[in-house]
Design a protein around this ligand. Structure first.
Ligand SMILES: NC(=O)C1=CN([C@@H]2O[C@H](COP(=O)(O)OP(=O)(O)OC[C@H]3O[C@@H](n4cnc5c(N)ncnc54)[C@H](O)[C@@H]3O)[C@@H](O)[C@H]2O)C=CC1
Ligand SMILES: CCCCCC(=O)/C=C/[C@H]1C=CC(=O)[C@@H]1CCCCCCC(=O)O
Length: 264
């Protein structure tokens, strides 16, 4: 897919992974509408990026994605500013085990709702232009991670939702592709908990520095995934040094008999 001129809706764009992807897409000639919780930071970033890429290339609106009404108004505003949306990236997320309801609301419900808004807008069978819906999940979307069980549950939910829609037999008629980006650890604010309790067990887990993924590798892999329209697979895994790859999940019987079942 040529990204020039593509119209992108992105949540959580003011920092971290979202910001890096937004800047890369703008450099590729895409137009981006982004939102985040923090109004001032978003506004100043919008001004900085408009200076660099042009005033009609990038738009910002403050939005709490966990508020259904705000998210709908923000998505509708994106459609009105951009004309339409080709690529929806549900990226906003939090990791704080003390905030169970917020974690489910932001990581799971808001990504699901953002996907539904995008699908309704994009469906070719209902007059839309088709498109791609990308949910930024995590390695925790398909494996148990004991130090962040609530966060892990929220990511499993989105992976289940996304892979289920992608299996809809009428999806080619709808003209929408689905992707789950399952990345390991990238050094953003998220992985630096400021207070005890943001992770259930901070004392025992170890992520070796060698496994940290460089932001530049994350961005290159993400763009590679976006350009690749041929793949039927939904899960795109980004681990250190791999450059990113499409993959399937398999469940293997625990009785020792290897009888793997591909689940998505
Ligand atoms: N950094 C990492 O190692 C990994 C991150 N992820 C996922 O990538 C996504 C981005 O994470 P990072 O950039 O690392 O985190 P970050 O903490 O640097 O950025 C999070 C973004 O989400 C936004 N956000 C949070 N709550 C919001 C709300 N209620 N409404 C609107 N915006 C909200 C923030 O404004 C911010 O822009 C998240 O979904 C995270 O779960 C997945 C795997 C690994
Ligand atoms: C003291 C802070 C250390 C932070 C550790 C870290 O890298 C966290 C990463 C998580 C942030 C968001 C995610 O989705 C990341 C989870 C990565 C899961 C890796 C699972 C590794 C495994 O056990 O296979």
């Amino acid at each position: 897919m040529d990204l020039t001129g593509k119209r992108v809706f992105l949540t959580g764009g003011n920092r971290g992974l979202g910001r890096a992807i937004m800047e890369a897409l703008l450099s590729e000639g895409a137009r981006v509408y982004f939102c985040s919780l923090q109004a001032e930071k978003g506004k100043s970033l919008e001004a900085e990026l408009q200076d660099r890429h042009g005033s009609s290339s990038v738009f910002f609106r403050q939005c709490d994605v966990s508020d259904a009404d705000q998210l709908k108004k923000t998505f509708d505003d994106a459609v009105s500013k951009l004309g339409w949306v080709d690529i929806c990236i549900n990226n906003a997320g939090i990791m704080d085990e003390r905030k169970m309801e917020d974690t489910i609301a932001v990581n799971a419900v808001a990504q699901i709702r953002g996907s539904q808004l995008a699908l309704d807008h994009m469906r070719r069978d209902r007059g839309g232009r088709g498109g791609v819906i990308i949910n930024v999940v995590s390695e925790t979307g398909f494996k148990p991670v004991y130090w962040v069980p609530v966060y892990t549950a929220s990511k499993h939910a989105v992976l289940g939702f996304t892979t289920s829609w992608a299996k809809n037999p009428r999806m080619s008629e709808m003209g929408v592709r689905w992707r789950c980006v399952c990345v390991g650890s990238v050094d953003t604010d998220m992985i630096h908990p400021t207070e005890e309790g943001q992770m259930v067990d901070q004392s025992t887990f170890v992520i070796p520095f060698a496994l940290l993924i460089e932001m530049s590798e994350y961005v290159a892999a993400f763009l590679k995934m976006l350009r690749d329209q041929a793949h039927d697979d939904v899960i795109f895994e980004i681990q250190n040094g791999t450059g990113g790859r499409f993959r399937k999940r398999q469940i293997v019987d625990s009785d020792g008999v290897s009888n793997p079942v591909t689940v998505d």
